[in-house]
Design a protein around this ligand. Structure first.
Ligand code: HEC
Length: 139
């Protein structure tokens, strides 16, 4: 079984190097200034369910903005808005400059409030604001 060792080490190194560009665990020493030790909001567990319940019916698998599960974060973070270019859908770390958040608030500079025909509750709005403020991680 000695032959296994290099493989085990290689796998361990791969796992250590596996953190993605902006997602993944946050270094507690390199925070966003709110004093929290890491992102409190999970994109997968907290934000995506809001899209599933309120948005995916219109922003489905086809069209400009896909909020259905799978690759929704990639359609948001750092992506220039179709309707409000050159503004960006989600500016990581900056909810105020994010088209998505402004449309959820109903800022009249950004046309219709989302979800079209309704509005999210304060709890959902705060979840999304916090996710963006914490760096819009894929977590
Ligand atoms: C009833 C259909 C409908 C629902 C539900 C809906 N949207 Fe929209 N959304 C639209 C339409 C139509 C547009 C294009 C017109 C506009 O920008 O207002 C749009 C545009 C957007 C844009 C701008 C995209 C761009 O690139 O300019 C964002 C961001 C957005 N929606 C997010 C959401 C979110 C988040 C939800 C759920 C909380 C949601 N929408 C729910 C119909 C909908």
């Amino acid at each position: 079984m000695r032959k296994m060792k290099p493989l085990v080490i290689a796998v361990a190194i791969h796992a250590l190097a596996g953190c993605s560009d902006q997602g993944g665990p946050v270094d507690p020493g390199n925070m966003n200034g709110d004093g929290n030790p890491g992102p409190a909001v999970s994109y997968r567990d907290d934000v995506q369910p809001i899209w599933n319940a309120n948005c995916a019916g219109c922003h489905g698998a086809e069209g400009g903005l896909t909020l259905a599960g799978g690759n929704s974060r990639a359609a948001l973070v750092g992506v220039v808005s179709v309707g409000y270019a050159p503004e960006v859908r989600v500016v990581a770390g900056d909810p105020e400059r994010s088209v998505l958040y402004q449309k959820l608030l109903g800022n009249p500079d950004f046309d219709q409030r989302m979800p079209a025909g309704g509005a999210l509750g304060d709890g959902d709005l705060e979840t999304i604001r916090a996710w963006i403020a914490e760096g819009a991680a894929e977590n």
